[in-house]
Ligand binder design. Structure first.
Ligand code: ATP
Length: 216
């Protein structure tokens, strides 16, 4: 099951409430775009959902969470660390197995950067780093994708390529997006966040960009 039903979600920083109490039900097959102005609480909500569903999601966090000293292969491989035995992960750190290298390279090919597989993450551009975090989420193959601005550093055509891929590979997703056109094109449901509360929750096909703009 990739959906979830969460109620009473709250988050505070320094005694100040930034989320909730908020409820969110996501059904299997929903592709939810979280929209709203900067500071509205989208990242905090994604992190809360991630904690609640525990290991059952593929996460693309806003800060990407890459290890700079490790090669791209190892950063992508980390998406499935918990699926393998410790001895297998340790050997992989020294010398990756051919089938894992092939699988990671194929994903990087889909993301238009196969030549970077053995390059340290520290040497990548911002858009390449973002695609490595996306490859890691794809490699994890969870049923639910949680992604926080996953295409913010990508050019237009690459952003579309990535959004298409995410739509193909994850049946259910919650994606924070500032780009309203992308949200309407690739997501089935728009959830608008304002001051830590749900201010809009409608199917995408009932909305135009003008309906979403008051949230900004
Ligand atoms: N670690 C933290 N410590 C203190 N305050 C925080 C922390 N993380 C978030 N906040 C505050 O919580 C509120 C919501 O932040 P959040 O990052 O969830 O917003 P957002 O909608 O994702 O913004 P953006 O679109 O800019 O990423 C903001 O007021 C922010 O300052």
């Amino acid at each position: 099951m990739s959906g979830f039903d969460l109620t009473g979600l709250t988050a505070s920083f320094g005694g100040e409430r930034v989320i909730g109490p908020l409820s969110l039900s996501v059904r299997e097959g929903d592709r939810v775009a979280l929209v709203g102005r900067s500071g509205a609480g989208k990242s905090t909500l994604i992190n809360l959902i991630h904690q609640q569903v525990q290991g059952h999601s593929s996460l693309v966090p806003q800060n990407l969470g890459l290890v700079n000293a490790l090669q791209v292969f190892h950063n992508v491989y980390m998406g499935r660390l918990d699926a393998n035995a410790t001895w297998y992960n340790t050997l992989t750190l020294v010398r990756p197995f051919a089938r894992d290298s092939r699988e990671v390279k194929a994903l990087l090919e889909e993301l238009a950067m196969p030549e970077k597989v053995w390059i340290p993450a520290a040497s990548l551009s911002g858009g390449q780093r973002q695609r490595v975090a996306i490859a890691r989420a794809l490699y994890r193959k969870a049923d639910l994708l949680l992604a926080d601005e996953p295409v913010s550093a990508l050019d237009g055509p690459t952003a579309h390529l990535v959004m298409k891929l995410l739509k193909q590979r994850f049946r259910t997703s919650v994606i924070a997006l500032h780009d309203v056109e992308l949200a309407l094109a690739y997501c089935t449901r728009i959830v608008g966040i304002q001051d830590g509360q749900v201010a809009l929750d409608e199917p995408s096909d009932k909305l135009t960009p003008a309906d979403i703009m008051p949230l900004y």
